[in-house]
Design a protein around this ligand. Structure first.
Ligand code: ZN
Length: 349
């Protein structure tokens, strides 16, 4: 399989900075990409390629211009008012405020804008965050372009992850929605139907939001019940899309502590829905924080289960772009991603 990766992501390292700032732990370390690459290299047979630069235009197809401008300028503006290693929001327009929602007026203050464009306080901004997020999107776009040029599948080793990022919102370690950007790029290449399957432990609230009113991009997700875990406010089974998008969003929330048997049943429901949609490409938001040892989740999947995930996805018979999302148990992260790839490739031999 073609594996696309980058190196600039190392400039965004919130884990150590958050610990120094006495914040709750942040598990999105640069080592995450390294350990996956190490295992894939040892596995052999893959074509590794650094990301190329497709520019801002395909990112702007998904994210709002004011949000992209904020992301590109926030660190320089923040540095003028605060001497700190990272920027975190502290103030939000609440549901009772006249400005609630993004239809109100964006405040001028960079401190206020942090809350305006942030869904929560676990996606810190640092000096290297924009460069890392931009590269992460380019990793996904490079893999997408390789598939548009004929590769049957690809794995984009994106970091930071993306599926919690909305059109104008950073959240949950995510700044740019790599999977949504790639799905939109498939649409812009001429495809009429693209499916996104999100198998990360956490609901992909950003991806759902971006495509919620659209019928050309089907979004299906298996995840922890938002009544029990992040992102808490979104991801319920009765969220099915609106307007033309009604029926094109499928959520399969599972109770905390769910095991492979329950998880596989929900994934099967998603796979059947995707098959009935007959997409021309499948984007898989590949989070492996469903593993039993993951510090951010509660599911009980074993490393060997990920081989079966890859096999089932290969059975779909679709051009498939895997986009790395979560997965924070460094000792098994590489093996879990490599097992998905192995199951997928073995089925296609
Ligand atoms: Zn996750």
């Amino acid at each position: 399989m073609l594996i696309v990766h980058g190196a600039v992501h190392r400039s965004h390292e919130p884990c150590a900075a958050m610990a120094r700032a006495s914040q709750p732990p942040n598990f999105d370390s640069p080592e995450r990409v390294s350990v996956v690459l190490d295992v894939l290299r040892a596995q052999g047979g893959h074509l590794l390629r650094p990301a190329s630069d497709a520019g801002l235009a395909p990112i702007a197809r998904v994210h709002r211009a004011d949000y992209l401008n904020f992301l590109q300028t926030v660190w320089e503006r923040w540095s003028r008012v605060r001497d700190a290693e990272l920027a975190l929001p502290q103030f939000w327009p609440g549901p009772g405020s006249a400005a609630a929602g993004l239809s109100g007026r964006c405040p001028d203050s960079v401190v206020a804008q942090l809350g305006w464009f942030a869904g929560d306080a676990i996606a810190p901004l640092m000096a290297g965050t924009w460069a890392a997020a931009y590269e992460s999107a380019q990793v996904a776009l490079s893999a997408q372009r390789a598939m548009a040029e004929g590769a049957p599948s690809a794995l984009a080793l994106c970091r930071p992850p993306g599926h919690h990022a909305g059109a104008a919102r950073l959240a949950g370690y995510c700044y740019l929605n790599n999977a949504a950007i790639a799905a939109q790029a498939f649409v812009d290449s001429g495809m009429c139907r693209v499916a996104v399957l999100d198998v990360d432990y956490h609901h992909g609230n950003g991806t759902q939001e971006i495509f919620y009113e659209r019928a050309d991009v089907l979004v299906c997700s298996v995840h922890a019940d938002p009544d029990e875990d992040y992102p808490y406010f979104v991801g319920r089974a009765d969220e099915t899309g609106t307007g033309p998008g009604e029926g094109f969003n499928l959520n399969c929330p599972l109770p905390a502590g769910s095991d492979w048997v329950a998880w596989r049943e929900s994934m099967e429901i998603c796979c059947r829905r995707i098959a009935s949609f007959s997409p021309q490409a499948l984007v898989v938001s590949l989070g492996v924080d469903t593993h039993r040892d993951d510090p951010s989740g509660s599911f009980k999947l074993e490393s060997s289960d990920y081989v079966a995930v890859g096999q089932r996805l290969a059975e779909m018979g679709l051009p498939t772009l895997f986009v790395l999302e979560g997965g924070y148990a460094l000792e098994v992260l590489g093996a879990n991603v490599a097992n998905v790839v192995m199951g997928f490739e073995e089925h296609n031999k």
